[in-house]
Every structure is written in C-alpha cells, then in structure tokens.
Design a protein around this ligand. Structure first.
Ligand code: GDP
Ligand code: IMO
Ligand code: MG
Length: 428
C-alpha cells in the first residue's frame, strides 16, 4: 500500500490542494508537513470553494485522519478562523490532530516579518508577512514556542528567556512596541484552549497505526523553488517544501515514502520577488494571469506568469525525487495560438548555454530563455475526462515535457473541480 507525497514543483500555487483533495478519497491519513499560513490551498467541490492555510486539504473527505505535523508553524488565530469557517460549513473536524512539536507563530513574529520587509525596500523578499521567517528562525535558534509548551509548567520561565530578546529587537531596531509577559501569558492561555481539542499527545501511537494501515498522503506547501536549501535563495520561504521535508516535518522516516507526485502548472507563476527566467512581462503574461485567475490565495497579490521551464522541472525532479507528474491548469491555454516550452537558458554576456538550472541567482540577470514552440489546440478541454480525447497538439506538448524531464505525466487537470481531472493510473 503506497504512501505518497504531493509536492509543489515550481514556486507554489501549482494546484497542490486540488490534487491532495482528489487523492485523499483513497487515502487513510493526510499529513501537512511544513509551512504555515503563508500557504493558500484552494479546493473546489461542486459550487463551493474552500481555502486552506493550515488544515490539510484532505479534510473535506469524510472519515480521513488529518494531521498537522511538527514541521508546520501555526498561527493560532488563523487556525481558529479556519476551524470556525469549516465548522460553519458542517465539515467534521473530529479526525484532525496537531503535533505537540509544531511551532507557534507569535504576534511578535508577524511584527518582525512586516517590519523587516518594510525596512528593506529594494532588498525585500516580498514575503506574505505572516511571520513565517521569524517563526522558523526562532525554532532554529532554539528560542521558539511549540504547541506542547502551552501546557507546560515551565512556560513562564521560557518566556522570561525569550521575551527580552524579542522586545530588544522590536524596540531598539524597529521602534515597535514591546510585549509584556502578562499579555503573552494571557494569549498562550487562549491558544491552549484553541488547540486543546486537536492536541495529540499520543502522536507516536497514531503514526505507528497510520504506518500499519498505509495509504498516507503527505501534503506539501509552497514549492521546490521556494525551498530554503534548494530554492532561489534568499528569495525563498523558510522551510523545506521538497519531498524530504515530508519526513522531517511529519515524524515518519523516509523509508515510508513510495511515490512522489510533483505538481506542475502548465506554465509558471511566482508571487513576491526573485528571479524567474521565463517570466512574461507582456500581453501574453497578462493573458495567462487573467484566464488562469492568477492572484494570490493568501495575499491577493497578482502572480507573475511565464512559460513552463523544463530546467526548473528537471531540478525539481532531482531534489524532490519526483516519480510522477500531475500537470494542472493546462485548460488555461485553450485559446492560445501557440505555447512555448523553455528547454535551455543562454547567458547574453558570454553566449554560454545552460541545460541544468544555475543555482547562483546573480547570473539570472543576464540569462534569456531558449524556447521550443508548439501549436495551440484551440478547443475547450475542460470537460474531457479521457486521455485519448485530448487534442493531439496538447498530447505533443505533454510528451515533450515527459521526454525532457524524464518522468511520466500521470494526472492531467483541466479545471479546478474534482471531476475535471484525467488520471492515467490511480496513485493509491
Ligand atoms: P496550491 O497552493 O498549490 O494548492 O494552489 P492554489 O490553490 O493557491 O492555486 C491554484 C488555483 O488554480 C486554485 O484557484 C485552484 O482552484 C485552481 N486550479 C487548480 N487546478 C486547476 C486546473 O486544472 N485548471 C484551472 N483552470 N484551475 C485550476
Ligand atoms: P502555497 O502553499 C506561492 C512566497 C512569498 C515570498 C516567499 C517568502 O499556496 O503554494 P514567506 O511569507 O513564506 O516568508 O514568503 O515565498 N510564498 C508563496 N508563493 N505560494 C505559496 O504557498 C507561498 N508561500 C510563500 O510570496 O515570495
Ligand atoms: Mg497557493
């Protein structure tokens, strides 16, 4: 019985949530393994749209155990809003559990994220300002708070160590207001109540059971190119979205994972700053943005758009061990006369041609994409449910991606709804 990771293979927003929701039908256990409320995961069921930030996108499928793993950073107020919204919509959350080891995003993390971004101007990352970087920084610096700390008799002592450090930075560097210990203790009391129904003390037994039953689905947030170790550093998020993060962020060792589904959009989008060689700062990019409704789920910011980049794809396959591809939003090209695929970069300074992704991003300022061009199919594919009914020009485009990247496309998504999906071989 397979256990599967769903990983974003570009710069996020590839449609991971749609694929996670779809596969959850056949899964027993769904684990979100990293990121925080910077993620915006959209699932469309019939006429209803659900937007998840922290809760696994599999939760809409009845009787599935859902787990927020130790690699996730949780903003309690956002979690509560998400819970309330789902309850109001009659979604059962009795199977939702949270790791005691997950980190908490505190109000000062959000202050520091915003202040750092505002003070940088030209050097800003373009973060979601959700406190993600400062929360992970504190975790690594060993001055973070974990969910289990909320119920710990030593919480007050911990705050005595942490708060003066935070208040120093808030007041002396950014001129912001400090937090009193009383107000943070009061907040922690509220947080303890929010998490109490979901706090999973016996998470080890739960994971042992999940391992025995199989069909575990790991849901990644963000994407490979935003990974803190492998992405376009420093224009990245502060966690490991790559499939390896599924182990470190869940508590299940890497030998549990059998398949890794890389979710690729048929083009590329990026929110925030950072290099993007195939970006289309023109009418075509605007057309992709409009038809694809490319505006951030979390921040509403317009997403930068560009052609599919096979260098990025090959890189994602390598560093994430992708074994099959889910290709999404291919329907966005239905009205296009032609579609391009980037197969190499040329350095305009010295003519050097790259076929593997150059990780030194300062080079990217003088790289230009080399494209292969494909004829469009000029028909509505959004109702096609069989691979053999897809237009031949579209199949040519897919085959070429498979050929260059060396991995089969197993899932083709032709619209946001569950039924708008062609699955060649069931992953579970
Ligand atoms: P995620 O962060 O990777 O889960 O992706 P988002 O939810 O942020 O963004 C993907 C958007 O595309 C959402 O609005 C989805 O409803 C939508 N979507 C997903 N798959 C398809 C598809 O195949 N076609 C179209 N047109 N929209 C899709
Ligand atoms: P999902 O899970 C797209 C981007 C931000 C910024 C960078 C760092 O929906 O795919 P952060 O707030 O994480 O410190 O910002 O990462 N970013 C995302 N872009 N989709 C996401 O999540 C993202 N989460 C963070 O725009 O460039
Ligand atoms: Mg998203």
């Amino acid at each position: 019985m397979a256990n599967i990771v769903v990983v974003g293979a570009q710069w996020g927003d590839e449609g991971k949530a749609k694929i996670t929701d779809l596969l959850s039908k056949d899964a027993n256990f769904i684990i979100r393994y990293q990121g925080g409320c910077n993620a915006g995961h959209t699932v469309v069921v019939g006429d209803e749209t659900f937007k998840f930030h922290l809760i696994p996108s599999g939760v809409l499928n009845k009787n599935k155990k859902c787990f927020i793993g130790s690699g996730v950073v949780i903003h309690p107020e956002t979690f509560k809003r998400e819970v309330d919204d789902l309850k109001n919509r009659n979604i059962d959350l009795s199977n939702l559990k949270i790791s005691p080891l997950a980190s908490i995003t505190m109000p000062y993390h959000i202050d520091l994220d915003s202040a750092s971004e505002s003070s940088q101007n030209e050097n800003k990352i373009g973060t979601t300002k959700k406190g993600i970087g400062p929360t992970y920084a504190d975790k690594i610096a060993r001055v973070g708070l974990k969910i289990q700390d909320l119920y710990d008799e030593e919480l007050s002592d911990k705050l005595d160590k942490i708060l003066p450090l935070k208040n120093d930075i808030l007041t002396k560097i950014y001129g912001l207001k400090p937090y009193s210990k009383e107000e943070i203790l009061k907040l922690c009391k509220d947080y303890a109540q929010i998490f109490e129904p979901y706090f999973c003390e016996n998470w080890q037994d739960m994971l042992i059971e999940a391992k025995k039953n199989g069909k575990i689905l790991f849901e990644g947030a963000q994407g490979v190119m935003l990974d803190v170790d492998f992405g376009t550093y420093p224009y990245v998020t502060s966690s490991n979205p790559i499939a390896g993060g599924a182990s470190t962020g869940s508590g299940l060792g890497p030998n549990v994972i059998n398949e890794i589904i890389g979710v690729f959009k048929a083009y590329i989008t990026r929110v925030g700053e950072g290099p993007f060689v195939t970006e289309l700062d023109n009418e075509i990019g605007g057309k992709i943005q409009t038809i694809g409704a490319e505006f951030g789920t979390t921040t509403g910011r317009p997403r930068r758009c560009g052609w599919f980049d096979t260098l990025v794809a090959k890189y994602a396959v390598l560093v994430s061990g992708i074994t099959q591809i889910a290709l999404t939003k291919i329907d966005v090209f239905d009205s296009f006369d032609e579609i391009k695929l980037c197969t190499a970069y040329r350095d305009v300074k010295n003519g050097k041609v790259y076929k593997t992704y150059p990780t030194n991003i300062s080079l990217h300022k003088h790289l230009e994409p080399i494209y292969e061009t494909f004829d469009g199919w000029k028909e509505d594919i959004s109702k096609i449910t069989n691979y053999k009914d897809l237009p031949s020009n579209l199949i040519k485009y897919i085959k070429r991606i498979e050929e260059i990247v060396g991995v089969k496309v197993n899932i083709i998504s032709v619209g946001p709804k569950r039924e708008q999906t062609i699955i060649l071989k069931k992953p579970f």
